[in-house]
Design a protein around this ligand. Sequence first.
Ligand code: C2E
Ligand code: MG
Ligand code: MG
Ligand code: MG
Length: 276
Amino acid sequence: SVKEHGRSHYRYYREDMTTIFPNEALMEAHLRRAIEFNELSLHLQPQMDLMSNSINSFEALLRWNNRKFGFVSPAQFIPIAEASGLIIEIGDWIIDEVCRYQREWQLKGYRPVRVAVNISPKQFRKENFARKIKATLQKYEVPPELLEVEITESSMTNVHETFSILTELKQLGVYVSVDDFGTGYSSLSYLKRYPIDIIKIDQSFIADIAKDDKNEAIIKAIISMSHNLGLEVVAEGIEEPTQVDFLKRHHCQKGQGYLYNKPLPVDIIEQQYFVS
Ligand code: C2E
Ligand code: MG
Ligand code: MG
Ligand code: MG
């Protein structure tokens, strides 16, 4: 039964179940103690290789089940964590958790998979970010190529700073992806300037496939540009088979979305994708 699993209270998280805190100050106060009270958990969403129909990577998504108010959506609490600085501690927690699971899976003999972790601007730009990643990888003896760092264009505010952090990450051997691609305001020149490996096409573009010709032209252009630059492309928010058809026709390698699976607790992921 569900109760046999330790983290059963996270099992039924659904977007439509999330509550709203009465105010931000109260949310911040509760968020401050979320780690201590074991209210945070890691969920994983599989990324489908569209050509081979296999799953070799996942995205880590944070879940917060507050003891008083219930599930709170990341869209609500991540900005509060970012503004208050709590994102540093929470961000360290999630990287540690991902690496801890990687170690556990290694010891269980599971096949190696890559896990992508979302990194907020404040966390990315905090001094020693790359060194902390390195220390956590070493702590759990995780090969760097099994970790992916997802940043958004909003992290790339300072050219020299961004270049130096990304270069450190590259030397370390972790993958770097640009999340929500196509929604920021940056000049595309960063794509030639920085050592980036993966582009994640924002889900708003995917949602409009088969509804809008201009939108399809944009997706095609993103995919072909990525390939010409030697970057991997991941489509986010796939919900319909017609979207997969379109993406495959245009050689998009990977996709994630509710069509394949929602983000799920780690024990469910293990049963579905590792234990044969
Ligand atoms: P994101 O990184 O762009 O993550 C994708 C979001 O889309 C996730 O929402 C995911 O559950 C949702 N999603 C996946 N497939 C589909 C689909 O087919 N349809 C629709 N409509 N949505 C889909 P989630 O988990 O609520 O996270 C929202 C945002 O919060 C993330 O956007 C990310 O920016 C942030 N976030 C989540 N976890 C973390 C974390 O550990 N650290 C940081 N810094 N940010 C996080
Ligand atoms: Mg992401
Ligand atoms: Mg995204
Ligand atoms: Mg995002």
